[in-house]
Unconditional design. Sequence first.
Length: 116
Amino acid sequence: QVQLVESGGGLVQAGGSLRLSCVASGSTFSINAYGWYRQVPGKQRELVAQITSSGRRNYADSLKGRFTISRDIAQNTVTVYLQMNSLKPEDTGVYYCNAAALVAYWGQGTQVTVSS
């Protein structure tokens, strides 16, 4: 089992920045990749960024250059960050942390609201 706890969401003006954090604990050795997804009402959850166990990063094409995913590996936890710069109103949504193993683990989500 892996537990994911997100933080860092909030309200920001367009052009501003936010950094989301996700602390993973438990059987983190089993995780192949960590990702951030976002969901807006009426739409499917979409991948924002992903970092694999080897450190390879993948981004949604529309977000390249504005968002950066990174991670810190500690003895018992892994913290995954999503640095979001030059935020736009269309970036508004609930952001979920994901950990991919034989099963997928999800955090509770954190709301990001970008005002125009």
